[in-house]
Write a protein that binds this ligand. Structure first.
Ligand SMILES: [Zn+2]
Ligand SMILES: [Zn+2]
Length: 166
């Protein structure tokens, strides 16, 4: 994901990348292509880059173990400063580049930010019912007999008492 910046006059530019995940060294849980829409604003002293990332993943649901496909999105902004001296103290969103730099490569940032979009909790849907702890059936698609007795809330205190005695 390379943008040529030599001979680029000051102004605003838009780029779209549609690359196979392998090309930026992404693998599982990512699949297919990764889409990046980038806006670049060049001025005399700096380049401001905004990028929107769209990626597809296959997750296994934390509750029901079913595989499901999901689209992940993320975005980031980086300012590339033209500087004659290379500054070691690069911050996450600031990079220093030589005035003679002819291209910038987005691959590393796109890969990092795509990976940051992977959530800790992976649910096929918000209200996934999960698997029955007793019989292991997927409660999204079938009801099992284990918990079929709905207890009238008015009897709940009594039910608790009963369980304590057991
Ligand atoms: Zn699920
Ligand atoms: Zn069950």
């Amino acid at each position: 994901m390379i943008i040529k910046i030599s001979n680029l006059s000051n102004g605003e530019y838009y780029y779209t990348f549609d690359k196979k995940i392998e090309e930026i060294e992404l693998s599982e849980p990512f699949i297919g292509n990764i889409l990046v829409e980038a806006k670049l604003q060049k001025s005399k002293r700096q380049i401001v880059l905004n990028a929107d990332i769209k990626a597809k993943v296959i997750f296994e649901c934390d509750r029901c173990d079913e595989k499901f496909e999901k689209e992940l999105i993320n975005d980031y902004k980086i300012v590339y400063y033209f500087s004659s001296e290379i500054n070691d103290e690069e911050q996450i969103d600031i990079k220093y580049i030589s005035i003679n730099t002819d291209k910038i490569d987005l691959s590393n940032e796109v890969r990092d930010y795509a990976q940051l979009a992977v959530p800790m909790k992976k649910l096929c849907k918000e209200d996934c019912k999960g698997l029955c702890v007793n019989c292991g059936k997927n409660l999204n698609s079938e009801n099992c007999k284990c918990n079929s007795k709905e207890i009238d809330p008015r009897w709940l205190p009594l039910e608790k008492l009963k369980n304590n005695i057991k």
